[in-house]
Each structure stands twice: as structure tokens, then as C-alpha cells.
Ligand binder design. Structure first.
Ligand SMILES: [Zn+2]
Length: 95
């Protein structure tokens, strides 16, 4: 898959997630941040601009930046590895 196709599929995934979430009762509802674990194109910087997460820490390692951030909705901590290979991608893990 090329980068643009991955972007498209990730946009669709986001839509599906929101739709599915609206169908279940509120206690079963997953936090939006669950999506970050399934995709490689969520930039913590962009998500912070959108107000979904808060970045607590950035480590500027060349070609491998690392972020610590927290989901503003559910207070889950995340560790994000940014890597560059043809394009930049992000690996999110729960802390
Ligand atoms: Zn969350």
C-alpha cells in the first residue's frame, strides 16, 4: 500500500470507529485513543493541535523522535515512536 492509500484507509477507519461507537451504550464505548494503536499516521503533534492529546515530553533523537503523551479524554498515557522511512510514521503504545 502506498502512503496515500494508507491515509485513506485510516480516514475510513476513523469514520467507522466513530459510527460504531455511537451505536453502543456509553459504558462500552471505547475511547478515541484506541485508534492510535491501530494506525501509523496519527502524529502526536497533530492530535495535540486538535486537542485530543497532550504531549508531556519530547526526545529529539535523529530519525527517531520519541513522545510521551496523555489522552485528554481518558487520561491514558502513551509512548510514541516517530520513525522516518520514505515517509514519517508513528508507533503508539500504551504506557
Ligand atoms: Zn483516550
Amino acid at each position: 500500500m502506498g502512503a496515500s492509500e494508507v491515509h485513506l484507509s485510516s480516514a475510513l477507519k476513523k469514520l467507522n470507529f466513530v459510527e460504531r461507537n455511537n451505536e453502543v451504550s456509553s459504558e462500552k464505548r471505547l475511547c478515541f485513543c484506541e485508534l492510535y494503536l491501530t494506525d501509523i499516521f496519527y502524529s502526536p503533534i497533530e492530535e495535540e493541535k486538535l486537542g485530543y492529546v497532550e504531549i508531556n515530553e519530547v526526545q529529539n533523537i535523529p530519525w527517531n523522535e520519541k513522545y510521551q503523551c496523555i489522552c485528554r479524554a481518558c487520561k491514558q498515557y502513551f509512548h510514541v515512536d516517530a520513525r522516518e522511512y520514505h515517509y514519517t510514521w508513528f508507533e503508539w503504545t500504551k504506557k
